[in-house]
Design a protein around this ligand. Structure first.
Ligand code: ADP
Length: 257
């Protein structure tokens, strides 16, 4: 991995204070987040776990600037998202928050290399200018021979690595991942989790992953447990195995009742 000594350009931390978020579902309002407080100092690999509907994806979306909080403060790196205009939020998404999703979200008509440079080109930079760095990242992620392939010629694991390269291109302080291996087989998933841990360690980044799988979360240093839209507790992993972690998560959820 040749260029892994890259240092982050901004402090790799997230700070969430008193964040609320509701959605309308027909005539009723659903409170997805009810006062989330979460401080994570990077670098490192952290997980957000919790039952379905506890607000994990909502929190990640807010951190990514894909939606805005109703109340409270969210800081990613050194930037407070509450103060950003729509246009600034768009720039935040393109430049500062690297996000990967379960569905990879690659454009089918573009090659792997073009997919990686796409957000930067939307940001006014030329593909030619960004291509060498994108190629370096793809090589670093083991995709040197896949750069000219379109997504349908790539395996799921390869597509997710293209998405990771795309997320890393503008060197965001934080890499956010929402169930990144949800569509992948167990061996490929395991390789991806190790890769994310390696990215956090080698690139001095904060990688924050939403997952419901103890098998995934044991690759992290710390797990933040959400329940009913609030943080119910934190668990430091310290070499825990997946079944021990599952018990600790269940205990944390029970204690928060
Ligand atoms: P998790 O990721 O932990 O499963 P979510 O953050 O997806 O939880 O959802 C939290 C709650 O907010 C759920 O009750 C869900 O139905 C609701 N919710 C999430 N996104 C939306 C949306 N776009 N519109 C309406 N309700 C939503």
């Amino acid at each position: 991995m040749p260029s892994t000594e890259t240092q982050p350009t901004q402090a790799c931390r997230v700070s969430v204070r008193g964040v609320h978020k509701s959605y309308r579902q027909g005539s009723r309002s659903v409170q997805a987040l009810r006062g989330v407080d979460l401080q994570i100092e990077g670098p490192g690999f952290h997980a957000i776990m919790g039952p379905s509907g506890s607000g994990k994806s909502t929190l990640l979306y807010l951190l990514a600037g894909l939606d805005t909080a109703d109340a409270g403060e969210i800081r990613v790196g050194d930037v407070s998202l509450a103060n950003l205009s729509e246009a600034e939020l768009t720039l935040h998404r393109r430049r500062r928050s690297g996000v990967i999703f379960q569905g990879f979200n690659l454009l089918p008509t573009l090659t792997a290399l073009e997919n990686v440079t796409l957000p930067a080109t939307l940001d006014g930079r030329s593909h030619a200018h960004m291509a060498p760095r994108a190629a370096e990242l793809l090589q670093e992620l083991g995709l040197r021979d896949r750069m000219d392939h379109r997504p349908d010629a790539l395996s799921g694991g390869e597509q997710q690595r293209v998405a990771i390269a795309r997320a890393l291109l503008q060197e965001p302080p934080v890499l956010l991942a929402d169930e990144p291996t949800g569509n992948l087989d167990s061996q490929t998933s395991d390789r991806l989790w190790r890769l994310l841990a390696e990215i956090a360690a080698r690139r001095n980044m904060l990688v924050l992953m939403v997952t419901h799988e103890p098998l995934a979360a044991v690759h992290c240093q710390r797990v933040h447990v959400l329940r009913d839209g609030v943080v119910a507790g934190n668990i430091d992993l310290h070499g825990m195995d997946p079944s021990q972690l599952a018990v600790r998560v269940a205990d944390t959820l029970r204690a928060a009742r």
